[in-house]
Design a protein around this ligand. Sequence first.
Ligand code: SIN
Length: 350
Amino acid sequence: MILCTFLLVTVFLLLSAATASAEEEKPSVHLLATGGTIAGKASSETATTGYEAGALRVQELLSALPEVSDYARVTGEEIASIDSKDMTEDIWLSLAGRANELAGEKDGLVVIHGTDTMEETAWFLQLTVSPSVPLVLTGAMRPATAVSADGPMNLLNAVRLAADPSAAGKGVLVMMNDTIFGAGNVTKGNTLSLDTFRSPDGPLGYMNDGKPFWCALPVRIPCGKAPFDVSHLSRLPKVYILYGNACADGVMVQAAVQAGAEGIVYAGCGNGSIHREDEKELAKAVLQGIPVVRSSHAGSGSVIAAENSYEKEHFIRGGSLNPQKARILLQLALTRTKDSREIQKMFETY
Ligand code: SIN
């Protein structure tokens, strides 16, 4: 009898130790929640608009998705609970600071985010967070309370991706609708569809039954350390985006300068082309020490050298960054220099 009890206790202890060590071997993934539709609560299960974004806490999202613990030791915290259209520099700086702290402690990070400005936050984090561990952003198009909500599968896939060593060294990733995108060229391309994210140059891969399948390698990926250190900053330089259109009259450029713009991104047409009335005012802005980046609202393709006057006026070529991402790079560049040539080099590097 004593021998039997002893054997049973020993087997129990061995099994518990094996379970504990299997648990220890799982990668650690930390969630940084900022709100969004993925945490949204609507008044009915059929409502997909008119909901409160960011209403659910990260622990509520995790409790509804116990499956994540099959893949990782998941922890989480709230950085904010907002609709991402209301993103602020304070939240970005806190998020970057916390992600940098955790990059040394965890195997992977997931940022839960609204889809509206997800591409901007992904790009900001790529430029400011240590690339030492996978960092994946995810969200949802349907609120958590909706029939067939897309959030749970997106979150599960984001955790699986962040826990996967193959996601390291590919820059900040966006995982939405089973598709993996790079921060540099992902953009929200449809106002309502679940399949809203796209990259003009194609995605980096897909989540096939929970496993990453890579079909492209990102370019210009930071390695070693983050390109910009924002740990000492409490604000970012003021940069406005001006939308180029037919019949422009230069007034919006004057307004931006008067409002204290420290830089301007001009979302021009085609290859970053600028209406001559706006061009006159932009050239004056450059002479006043306000760098101007030529970008495009065409939706894809690079902005390269065009009219000779643009080069003479020291306008910066925005490359393949869309206007909202060019704005972020110009803000960060301005924390170092106002020299257009130096800023141009950064646009060619990142
Ligand atoms: C948001 O961006 O926070 C609301 C919209 C969404 O997440 O799809």
